[in-house]
Design a protein around this ligand. Structure first.
Ligand code: GSH
Length: 257
């Protein structure tokens, strides 16, 4: 199925391949079969021109849409724009005021509740030069809490309506996929442990990662990571394990700020 309105000129997407937030937008573009192109660059350059001329906040993703002249950053705003402008059949959203606002609610929850906590957990788990166990615990517990909230929501739905809003997948469901996809590395736990006590969340997530649109997005990710000498998990090629990587960060051999 395709969206009825496909932009004649490609929408340009600025992203650094390791960051999950960029894949939130790519997943949606792929699912809607929209015309887009990558502007892939290195994470080290996220706070420098030319990117900060596009997004003064220096965080990916950002888009430039030559069809409307709009430059936009913040993945939630970008995805809502894509839905409003290009999902004219309302395939991944709803027309009525209740379901439209429920989609917005879950997107806001993803943006404020999932993204920042998962991001901070990953930071303190892997990239912070000092190991601060209390910070890792705080954010790991928040992740488990967020998964618990989603489990409650899904458990109130009928057996065949395992989506956040109504009875179909929307852009709100899709927004949770890129960070949940990285849960094993973020929490440093096996997949079975990650979803202990949240079977509905697991089934919901595993259904979405089977979509051809997600698979295509991940093929692009693999290629763009490879171009930058990065392994699948974000660790530079030539470094075997997260532990080895973290030791290098601690010794100041790799710098993140
Ligand atoms: N709320 C923002 C968060 C974006 C964000 O944090 N992106 C990360 C990559 S996933 C980033 O660019 N980080 C750069 C930095 O930490 O300096 C959004 O959803 O677009």
């Amino acid at each position: 199925m395709t969206a009825t309105l496909n932009p004649p000129k490609p929408i340009r997407v600025w992203l650094t391949p390791p960051g999950p937030n960029g894949w939130k937008t790519i997943f949606l573009l792929e699912e809607l079969s929209l015309n887009y192109e990558f502007k892939s660059f290195r994470f080290d350059d996220v706070k420098k021109p030319p990117f900060i001329d596009i997004n003064p906040n220096g965080r990916i993703p950002a888009i430039e849409d030559p069809n409307t002249g709009l430059t936009l950053w913040e993945s939630g705003a970008i995805n809502q724009y894509l839905i409003e402008q290009y999902d004219t059949e309302k395939r991944l959203t709803f027309d009525d005021v209740i379901n439209r606002n429920l989609c917005n609610q879950f997107l806001q929850f993803q943006m404020s509740g999932q993204g920042p906590y998962y991001g901070q957990c990953g930071w303190f788990q892997h990239l912070h030069a000092e190991k601060i166990q209390s910070a890792i615990d705080r954010y790991s517990n928040e992740i488990k809490r967020v998964l618990g909230v989603l489990e409650i929501v899904l458990s109130k739905k009928g057996e065949y309506e395992q989506w956040l809003v109504g009875d179909k997948m929307t852009y709100a469901d899709m927004a949770f996929v890129p960070w949940n996809f990285r849960l094993s590395e973020v929490l440093m736990q096996l997949w079975d442990e990650v979803f202990e006590g949240t079977p509905r969340v697991r089934a919901w997530h595993e259904k979405m990662v089977e979509l051809p649109s997600w698979k295509r997005a991940m093929e692009h990710r693999a290629r763009l990571m490879d171009e930058q000498g990065l392994q699948w998990n974000g660790v530079p090629k030539g470094i075997e394990t997260f532990t080895e990587y973290e030791e290098k960060i601690e010794k100041g051999e790799m710098k993140y700020d």
